[in-house]
Design a protein around this ligand. Sequence first.
Ligand code: SAH
Length: 230
Amino acid sequence: MEHFWTSGPSDKNKAMVEYLQQYGIIKSKKVAEVMEAIDRGLFVPAGNPPYVDSPMQIGYNATISAPHMHATCLELLKEHLQPGMHALDVGSGTGYLTACFAMMVGPEGRAVGVEHIPELVTSSIENIKKSAAASLLKEGSLSVHVTDGRLGWPELAPYDAIHVGAAAPEIPQPLVEQLKPGGRMVIPVGTLFQDLKVVDKKLDGSINVRSETSVRYVPLTSRAAQLHNY
Ligand code: SAH
């Protein structure tokens, strides 16, 4: 029986992680540990059930992805999120995955979020400050910037890992250029029908693209197009 004094947010976050492990979505200890450390409840706007396996509205026609999508992307990228590596999170939204990346690459690495809605960048920084990644933000290995993510963030390129949290009609060339040889990008591609693509840049610079699964993300677009009708 669950007692009210043992059912704080962290317990619910742990239960969410256990559920994702049970269904084989979280496969590794590394991903389980980071999703346990970064409490999703700190990133989902008040009034939404944060630990339910579903995307949630975060305002500005954006959503926080469902926990199983975050887990899938972390599993796909985990070898490219080793301590000391560089990671870019395009369309960082709530900052949840940026915080996870920062925990994985550690204080010697760099985790950068880029997002084109300034209000979301501000709230994501507030969320991160409450999370286990707060010290990484303070010390500068984690940062979030307002910019058009289709251009990437050349200052800290090349990246071992690039995650794109919004669906692009096609893979943006600047992001391919900013991927390190040996690095991996995970990006939803398509409009109505979308595939989560895994883009590997081999050591000789050649590119291999495969489809992981069908997905439904908000579009990677201009700020004006996103806020139209908002
Ligand atoms: N990974 C985020 C996903 C947020 S939804 C999370 O789980 O919280 C996708 C995000 O991409 C939105 O916040 C949206 O504002 C942003 N976005 C869309 N087009 C963009 C662009 N061209 N540049 C930067 N961010 C963009």
